[in-house]
Design a protein around this ligand. Structure first.
Ligand code: FES
Length: 146
């Protein structure tokens, strides 16, 4: 195979992989939400967790909520219809914004990892993540940021 043909083949393969990743992400991956505040409560519609797969309603494991009032985003994990956990995505080691992967939060700075409950799984961080009380009210999650 000539060099030019090899590069062309590799490029198409990479594009295919990127496209597949976007497709899979679009089906069930994380949802990023610009959530609104009502007093001290961050409001997240329960429908934010829903997605359709083969005409079936399914639920995302988590979403990530942003708002200009927040210095860091908040990830909200769904455990059941009534059980959720809201975590500040701020690393307790030196304050870097965390990234969510599946059921873990990882720090890009020095590699700390946290569980979906906010507990430290791998250091150097030692303290758990800040959590916020969550209550279901009708079709909305109210996260007490106070
Ligand atoms: S700031 Fe997150 S591990 Fe250091």
């Amino acid at each position: 195979m000539e060099r030019k043909e090899f590069i062309k083949t590799c490029s198409y393969s990479c594009l295919g992989l990127v496209g597949a990743a976007f497709f899979l992400e679009g089906c069930s991956g994380p949802k990023y939400l610009n959530a609104q505040f009502e007093d001290e409560y961050l409001l997240v519609p329960l429908s934010s967790f829903e997605y359709e797969n083969k005409e079936e309603n399914k639920f995302r494991k988590y979403i990530v909520a942003y708002n200009n009032r927040l210095k860091y985003p908040v990830s909200i994990f769904r455990f059941s219809e009534t059980e959720y956990r809201a975590l500040l995505m701020k690393c307790t080691h030196k304050g870097t914004e965390l990234q969510v992967y599946g059921d873990r939060l990882q720090c890009p700075a020095h590699g700390s990892e946290f569980t979906q409950n906010g507990e430290v799984q791998n250091g150097p961080a030692e303290a758990p993540l800040r959590t916020f009380p969550v209550q279901v009210e009708g079709t909305v999650l109210k996260i007490d940021m106070g």
